[in-house]
Design a protein around this ligand. Structure first.
Ligand code: ZN
Length: 332
């Protein structure tokens, strides 16, 4: 599997105690390297202002530039939300958005899935405010760049523990969004009343219980919601907001889901991409704070992509709790 990675991704929040730390991508990259899975490395460029401004407002971009320029040795919160910044953060965030753009370019060139191993994450970043450890919405920036160039429809698939409030805000006009997330956990959005299907654009939220959702229910749910939403949207590209804080024991999230489900998710996404997007999938790292869980998950995705695995898991529909099964019916 082609991996987008840059050493610059280890510079934001270096030496600052924070769960969203440089070791996250360092550890995944080292694990992939050790397994011989980092040979097809894609080097990203910086996202330009024009790329960022397809999603974010000029005023917000200026705020980010101004506040980071004022930092020297100390770190500080971004004024718009709970994102800690240091003097490197603009450079790293620009290249993180550039990493998502590079993943889209590479998956189009090769008609296969590509993983962008980047940070800071992006799915909480709204057009006019960064929050939730996010500066720029990498997945949305990549989706908008694709649409600007090729038109069509992009489906953003978000299995992070948290709701991608930022991505939902920019959905519409060619971007659709499907998400499972603990609810009402941070950021508090993503209830079913926010769902819609208008024209070809869908927002499909399936809120989950806060903890202990379980592996079989998680896989069974995704194996049903993703094909249903994809059949409606008919996406030309999949962008995956790949957050692994659903894993049991994660210090920020934790849905009591095993790391092994990454194999089932990757096989499912392989099937949907084969059916709809000519194999094109851009995975973009979001959350996930357990180093072993992160490394195992990305390794499993890499293996499933390399072996072009498409097997269905066999997770039973009856494993899905009643409230989520009722929400599925809206999309059947
Ligand atoms: Zn998260």
């Amino acid at each position: 599997m082609r991996i987008v990675y840059d050493e610059l991704y280890t510079h934001h929040l270096r030496g600052i105690p924070h769960p969203e730390r440089p070791e996250r991508v360092q550890y995944i990259a080292a694990s992939l390297q050790e397994a011989g899975k980092l040979e097809q490395l894609v080097t990203p460029s910086d996202a330009l202002d024009e790329d960022i401004l397809r999603v974010h407002t000029p005023a917000y971009l200026e705020t980010v530039k101004r506040e980071i320029a004022a930092l020297r040795a100390h770190a500080a919160y971004l004024s718009t939300g709970d994102t800690v910044l240091d003097y490197t953060s603009l450079d790293v965030a620009r290249r993180a958005a550039g990493g998502a753009l590079a993943a889209v370019d590479a998956c189009i060139e090769h008609n296969e899935a590509v993983f962008a191993l980047l940070r800071p994450p992006g799915h909480h970043a709204e057009p006019d405010r960064g929050m939730g450890f996010c500066v720029f919405n990498n997945a949305a920036i990549a989706a908008r760049a694709f649409l600007a160039r090729y038109g069509g429809r992009v489906l953003i698939v978000d299995f992070d523990y948290h709701h991608g409030n930022g991505t939902q805000r920019v959905a519409g006009n060619g971007i659709s969004y499907v998400s499972t997330h603990a609810y009402p956990a941070y950021p508090g959005t993503g209830g079913p009343a926010e769902n819609y299907f208008v024209g070809d654009d869908a927002v499909a939220n399936i809120p989950l219980t806060m903890h202990d959702f379980g592996s079989e229910a998680f896989v069974a749910l995704w194996e049903r919601i993703l094909p249903a939403v994809a059949a409606r949207v008919r996406p030309n590209l999949l962008v995956v907001s790949a957050g692994f804080d659903y894993i049991a024991g994660d210090i920020v999230g934790d849905l009591n889901v095993a790391p092994a489900v990454a194999t089932d998710l990757a096989r499912l996404i392989n099937r949907i991409a084969a059916d709809h997007s000519n194999g094109r999938v851009a995975y973009v790292l979001e959350g996930g704070y357990d180093l072993n869980g992160l490394a195992e998950s990305v390794m499993r995705i890499s293996e499933a992509v390399d072996a072009r695995e498409v097997a269905v898991s066999g997770a039973a529909e009856t494993a899905i709790p009643e409230p989520q099964r009722l929400l599925l019916e809206e999309w059947a």
